[in-house]
Ligand binder design. Sequence first.
Ligand code: SF4
Length: 404
Amino acid sequence: MTIERRVTRQLSVGSVRVGGDASVSVQSMTTTKTHDVDGTLAQVYSLSGAGADIVRITCNTAEAAEGLAEIVPRSPVPIIADIHFQYRLALAALEAGVQGLRLNPGNIRKPDHIRAVAREAKDRAIPIRVGVNAGSLDKDLLEKYGAPVPEALVESALYEIGLLEDEGFDLIKISVKHSNVPRMVASYRLLSEKVDYPLHLGVTEAGPPPGGLIKSVAGIASLLLDGIGDTIRFSLTTDPIEEAQAGRKLLEYLGLRERKGLDLIACPSCGRAEVDVVQVAKDAQEALEAANLPIQVAVMGCVVNGPGEAREADIGIAAGRGRGHLFIKGQVVRVVPEDEMVEALLDEARKLVEEGVDARLAAAEAGADEEALQEAALLRELQGDANQSAARRAAVAEVVQGDQ
Ligand code: SF4
């Protein structure tokens, strides 16, 4: 199933296209001091490796702007300068060669200043994000609406867009971030009805994980599933590497980006489990992540339901009595001793990536599938039928007969 995305205009942040038919991109922000060029660059590289397509860096002082002049040419990804209060720093960041600007309409308020930045950005074909934030909303709007409600955030964005458009500038992205998830979602929905500029999604000041992650996913995914959003950022109070990883994973799980790494699914375990699922899943995750294989792997606690429930996974392992049943697309291909499960999974996963599904199914151990079926039947006998199929069938039949 694919998500039908709302059509927006397209612009380019350096080499990364945003909007239109471009993939939804992942952004994150450095936490280093920008004048520390080497430290900032090291973090930019780490963020890029973790999945960030674009990195934002604060440009809060003259030294920071000078630092950008050295950082931008050495960066592996496009750099956006984050500007608050001082429009001159936006001009300095443009001179430093940044591929994008973020302006906060709540604290750069003089129309002449905004226009000056628009003219300079237009000459250089550098996009600007109008980054409205509920926490730093224009005071007049706060007074007018009494609170940072969606209408206030959208009005702030539209006012700033008007100033940019007056200068003939249209390389615009917009965000209307809120820390309250329902208000964030409502703000973007309202905005998307009024403009066709690309939208940058985020729940602002989401906080540390796991709460911050949950808030971000709730807000960002709700909109993406509605086709709204062209670029995203998780604003987490943690190492920004986690932000980039989370953003990338969310897009992969929603089918909006191709899988780059491992997707491990595992059953939650229950009374039927024949192994410590939590530990096996942890061991498998470590081994498979180190091998960097772009596949979906399932770790299931029992062979009774495991291979069937995880049929969609590329490969998986389900535990039997002291043994592991390795399966590919739901078909058991090998039976291995329990203490070799993770090693065998890694070995088969490597072969699967190299040789493909058909080749590995053809190389299945003779009788492995049959053995798993027998094991499942035996376990069902020993543990009882959790689904109580026979009793339920009988109850249904009784109801049908009662109607006759
Ligand atoms: S796969 Fe087996 S152990 Fe895991 S939740 Fe399902 S029934 Fe329970």
